[in-house]
Design a protein around this ligand. Structure first.
Ligand SMILES: C[S@@+](CC[C@H](N)C(=O)[O-])C[C@H]1O[C@@H](n2cnc3c(N)ncnc32)[C@H](O)[C@@H]1O
Length: 236
């Protein structure tokens, strides 16, 4: 979905996602977008706010806010939000059908602790106050496997720096991919940032899905060139 702010569009970084629309939506999906999205979408802090937007202010009564970037069909977002109703969740996803699916999940599970940003997460990261998010998930980001496409990968040094700025010290970041070159590149990028400590305890930790992981739709497709690789980091 698009942000119709000319300033934001001009400054928009290289695009990391593929299509945002495509298949016709079902009548229910269209109805959810028409009637529910305005209720759950974040207000548009598109230009960086002077003091920074404190996401905790969006969830009165909750102390922690978790962020999912590129939630796809929303399976993980909705399941985690259902399991942690005391936590505020912000889900970012520009793919319209995915947003509609997340709205369906919010309705079905009667969630009140989710807000959606139907656009590029990087625009939102820059608007958040420093150290205002406790946990972030980046699960199976678009792989852009061809060498000439790799500049489109989400995890780049500037993204890692923007993410690090908003995660509270001691907060956690989870990254997963099933593309070997992305696994190598992302690990290097997070570690070179210096603000992320890899929490692996055993040599093969990265091969095992974390105990609180919720399987995503993209993950089940097994489109990559390796088994899923999991990295959990603590921000220092
Ligand atoms: C390969 S899909 C995986 C979706 C989901 N995480 C899953 O595992 O099923 C990657 C998703 O990330 C979204 N995405 C890519 N770049 C993004 C960005 N800058 N901000 C928000 N979402 C993004 C894409 O639209 C796409 O839906």
């Amino acid at each position: 979905m698009a942000t119709h702010d000319p300033e934001a569009l001009r400054d928009r970084p290289i695009r990391t996602f593929g299509r945002t629309g495509g298949r016709a939506l079902s009548p229910r999906q269209q109805n959810l977008l028409d009637t529910q999205l305005d209720r759950w979408r974040l207000p548009a802090p598109v230009a960086p706010v002077a003091q920074g937007l404190d996401p905790r202010s969006l969830f009165p009564g909750t102390r922690a806010v978790w962020l999912e970037i590129g939630f796809g069909g929303g399976e993980h977002l909705v399941a985690q939000a259902g399991d942690h109703r005391e936590t505020g969740f912000i889900g970012c996803e520009p793919f319209v059908e995915g947003v509609a699916k997340a709205l369906a999940g919010i309705e079905e599970r009667e969630l009140t602790n989710v807000r959606l940003w139907p656009d590029d997460a990087r625009l939102l990261l820059d608007a958040f106050a420093p150290a205002s998010i406790e946990r972030a998930f980046i699960l199976f980001p678009d792989p852009w496997p061809k060498r000439r496409q790799q500049k489109r990968r989400l995890v780049q040094p500037d993204f890692a720096a923007a993410l690090r700025r908003v995660i509270a010290p001691g907060g956690q970041v989870r990254f997963a991919t099933d593309v070997a070159s992305y696994a190598d590149e992302a690990l290097l990028t997070f570690l070179q940032n210096g603000g992320f400590e890899w929490t692996a305890e055993a040599a093969d930790d990265w091969r095992r899905p974390p105990s609180d992981h919720v399987t995503t739709r993209y993950e089940t497709k097994k489109l990559g060139d390796c088994a899923p690789v999991w990295y959990d980091f603590t921000c220092i």
